[in-house]
Design a binder for this molecule. Structure first.
Ligand SMILES: [Zn+2]
Length: 273
């Protein structure tokens, strides 16, 4: 699907997105991270928040320290992948600030619906089991890796990821009156409901294509991957294989495919043309 692009932001520079909200992009560009991780900063009255401190890169931490100028109320994590969370303990130690993240061992455990300062946490499992989005009252949502504009999300198979949960988490954010999504990588998304619709349609098309392939002939996963992703860059082969596996496990749970000795078989026949 067509994705949103932006010129590479200057690493370490504060980029304003709205009054009181801006980001500093870390210098960790890559096939999975686009220009780098967006570390979001938010000022609300006299409180200062960081969402996803990002990777542990000295220059990034220095830029965050300079932008925060000694003020940090709390650190929020959308999820614990290293490109979002590795710098969190360091930033927390520098400022003596608590870390808020989904359940588990953390200073402020968050769950679906938890309020923290101006944020409401939405539990959005799929890309990661611990994934949260953070919504503000004005309809701005920090969406981490759950919803991005520059790329679709990698969905690992359970227990870390879950395709069924991911699609439910997408559908759940629709129709909530959200006005803008600020993702963990890449540019802001200005029409959230339309974008969520496109992401859901993309996954549904992918499922239909998988079922159409398997209805013609049972295949092992590597064969199916070659048919589904015929011209894939080598560094995307592993995430694509994980996401394909997550799709197959969802279809298996729904009884639409079965797996016999590594061979995936559609349980319904291909429609005749
Ligand atoms: Zn991630």
């Amino acid at each position: 699907m067509a994705c949103l692009r932006e010129p590479a932001p200057e690493p370490g520079t504060f980029i304003s997105a709205a009054p009181g909200i801006g980001r500093i992009v870390a210098a960790n560009p890559g096939a999975m991270t686009y220009h780098g991780t967006n570390t979001w900063l938010l000022q609300s009255n006299n409180e200062f928040y960081v969402i996803d401190p990002g990777p542990n890169i000295d220059a990034h931490l220095a830029a965050l320290r300079a932008a925060l100028a000694g003020r940090l109320t709390a650190i929020l994590l959308t999820h614990r992948h290293a490109d979002h969370a590795a710098a969190a303990p360091l930033l927390a130690a520098i400022f003596g600030a608590p870390i808020a993240a989904f359940a588990g061992a953390t200073d402020i455990p968050l769950a679906d619906g938890t309020q923290l300062g101006p944020f409401t946490a939405w539990h959005t499992p799929g890309h990661a089991a611990d994934h949260l989005c953070f919504a503000l009252a004005d309809g701005t949502v920090f969406t981490g890796d759950h919803v991005m504009g520059w790329s679709t999300s990698v969905i690992p198979p359970p227990p870390e990821g879950d395709m069924s949960a991911y699609m439910r988490s997408l559908a759940r954010l629709r129709g909530q009156g959200f006005r803008a999504f600020l993702p963990g990588h890449g540019p802001a998304i200005g029409a959230p409901d339309a974008w969520l619709g496109r992401l859901l349609a993309h996954r549904e098309r992918r499922e239909s294509a998988i079922l159409a392939c398997l209805a013609k002939a049972p295949l092992i996963e590597a064969q199916l991957a070659r048919l589904m992703y015929p011209a894939l860059a080598p560094d995307l082969a592993r995430p694509a294989a994980m996401t394909l596996n997550a799709h197959l496990l969802k279809l298996q749970a729904e009884g639409r495919v079965v797996c016999n000795d590594g061979l995936w078989i559609a349980t319904t026949k291909a429609p005749h043309p």
